[in-house]
Design a protein around this ligand. Sequence first.
Ligand SMILES: [Mn+2]
Length: 324
Amino acid sequence: MTPLSEIADLLRGAQRIGIAAHIRPDGDAVGSVLGLALSLRALGKTVYPLLEDGVPENLAFLPGAETVLQPSGALDLDLAVALDTATHERIGASCVEAFSRAPVLVNIDHHPTNPRYGQYNHVDGDEPATGQIVYELLTGNGLPVDDAVRQNLFAAISTDTGSFQFACTTARSHEIAGEMIRAGLDIARLSQLLYHTFPRRRLELQRAMLNEIAFRADDRIASWQLSQELQHRVEGRPGDTEGLIDTLRMIDTVVSAVVFEELPDGKVRVSARSKDARLDVSAICARFGGGGHRMAAGARLPGPLSAAAETFLTALEHEVRRLS
Ligand SMILES: [Mn+2]
């Protein structure tokens, strides 16, 4: 594993730097890209923050969000950095193309299944968020950190740890939050924007979900199928479904929650959660070409929606029934 000090040297030695994260970016992806980009910009670098799908509306308040580019064509770069992305292709086809002429690719991630696709790789599955690795990279090596950087990295760490509640949360996560508060970060405002501010259409989705939850394996599995039809009806946008699965997770009998989302191309995006350390949902997702973390993972299955759900739930139910 490439030490962060060596990655800091690579960043200092480069002038034109591209930074990308995974498609359908979440808080960790957006916050990590923007946190690193703003720091390097303060260092005088020419920085290209890239997200194939842009910044979802629910995260558009983050400082620097307006600078994110959806690339077209290869960029002239000294260094490319992939953040929070478990496989190289998951930065998206246009970002792969943007990076295609970069002489060096640095891969910083916390997905244990990451195959180390960069020339330099810092992949640490014990870190709860890529944003936490980026924070250590910046603060441990004298790279600029200001309030805008802190906002982004707090958003990254906070969202990937489920507001410091998931098992992946480390003492260091809390220490970092403490350091940020001491530096003047307004975490109440950020938390309000991250967790308690939704457009009406998001609540419409939640209402539909509550009406349609499907249970199986003696209520130990709760799932929901989100159709394109419903997405169109509520005029859903990327990011609206973020966190909906947590409502399924909170049911007392549930050990695994799953949301199936029909995509515009007819494929079905599966998001799975485990509440039992013995149940590894990333292993089940891996059978369908996906991956992720033990307690939170995803995959894409061919449609139609109900067939994909049945296929996945059959495999999941088999594993859930083996628990007891
Ligand atoms: Mn992450």
